[in-house]
Design a protein around this ligand. Sequence first.
Ligand SMILES: Cc1cc2nc3c(=O)[nH]c(=O)nc-3n(C[C@H](O)[C@H](O)[C@H](O)COP(=O)(O)O)c2cc1C
Length: 169
Amino acid sequence: MNEVTHQTHRLDVETFRSAMGSLAAAVHIVTTHHEGRDFGLTMTAVCSLSDDPPSLLLSISRQSATLEAIMRSKRVCVNFLDASHSDLALRFADPARTDDRFAIGCWREGKSKVPILRDSPISLECEIMGSFEARSHRVLACEISHVHGDKAPGLLLYANQAFGRFESI
Ligand SMILES: Cc1cc2nc3c(=O)[nH]c(=O)nc-3n(C[C@H](O)[C@H](O)[C@H](O)COP(=O)(O)O)c2cc1C
């Protein structure tokens, strides 16, 4: 009864980060192509929206340079990663490496010109259906237009500031 609880409006940032940081999430590289340039960032805030139409939700920081390109091109590729891709995930999260992110990994052009990671377990090319601003982030609804690959097991996960993979118990 005397347990300390935090009301939502008083939740401090550190408590939130610690709780959410322990939540294991699959890691993706979300890419786009705009005016002759490739862009991409590492993301965990990717989830299923519906199966009719097949669609995803993405939440991207409004400070992201990739977000600006995505909002203009209206297209993305959501590249799932596996345990061999942790270096790529770090490179695409590094704000100091925006110019040479695609120098590592093997990339090809998708049907809508978005960069597809050749050895991704599964890559989903999407069109942006709509979006809204949520304070620091923009939430995007994306309809899947093309699916490349079908190897979903063995995905790269991120929790407690470390990469790992899922193990059945
Ligand atoms: C494991 C991991 C997951 C991340 N997930 C997200 C995310 O879901 N949304 C987001 O906006 N940034 C996320 N980031 C941070 C971006 O990858 C990072 O800020 C990147 O430098 C943005 O690049 P840009 O400004 O060139 O778009 C994540 C970083 C890491 C390491």
